[in-house]
Ligand binder design. Sequence first.
Ligand code: AHR
Length: 319
Amino acid sequence: MKKALAAVTVAFTACLASTVSAQSLTVGFSQIGSESGWRAAETTVTKQEAEKRGIDLKFADAQQKQENQIKAIRGFIAQGVDAILVAPVVATGWEAVLKEAKEEEIPVILLDRQIEAPDDLYLTAVTSDQVHEGKVAGDWLVKEVGDKDCKVVELQGTTGSSPAINRKKGFEEAIAGHSNITIARSQTGDFTRTKGKEVMESFIKAEGGGQDICAVYAHNDDMAVGAIQAIKEAGLKPGSDIKIVSIDAVPDIFKAMADGEANATVELTPNMAGPAFDVLEAYLKDKTEPPKWIQTESKLYTAADDPMKVYESKKDLGY
Ligand code: AHR
């Protein structure tokens, strides 16, 4: 009887200890904002992952401003959080604030975007290979158009952000050596639908009605959806008159594919927080150092991939 009681007590104490340690973890999350469907899904998934693990998540929406992110990070440091997650809006300008976190021994994990700073200032970065994403999109177009001449218009992401810089680079690498494919116009659409539509309207106007535009390369699906709208309003058919290739794989692009209005997208998982919390928990437990880069997958989907089925499967991913 005594033995049984002791076993129960040990089990109860162990259970209590694990609950207490999980619950006592406080993590600050500086999110960029809600510019895209993908971003909203990342926020949802991060909150869900934190709740699942009993982590107290302090959430701060920076409304697209780096200064708000820096303020939020300083606030998290002042509160003495156990760790900080940051989705950095732009690639530069982080060194000072990250040094402050380091001095307080608060590990920082970057989510979905890279920065230009010494890598000892953060624990790890959970991101895709954004150059590769651009290359996958470009390779798809190269194959799709073959030897035909193709005038591309490019909708870039937020100026100075790592995905805008790298997705452009990767796409250009893919089309280099294919002189039949040229980027005729390239401008930022800030990763938003509204701006994507606006910029596409200006491209169509500048290109004399848009009949000569062969493809839109958009750094995210939301801008592609905006561009699709602009193309339709100009009396052209997106998906056939003008091909659409973009990045993220949000549900709406699969609907557009099912309607024949979009052609290809490169998937970016919104679940960056799962791998981030895994390595953070291991690090806080026994200082297990994660790799400096945890790379997420970049899978190409085309209209041949049963878009409505993929659309349905996306529902559980925070969308
Ligand atoms: O950093 C990831 C990018 O940011 C996504 O591709 C885009 O939709 C988002 O806003």
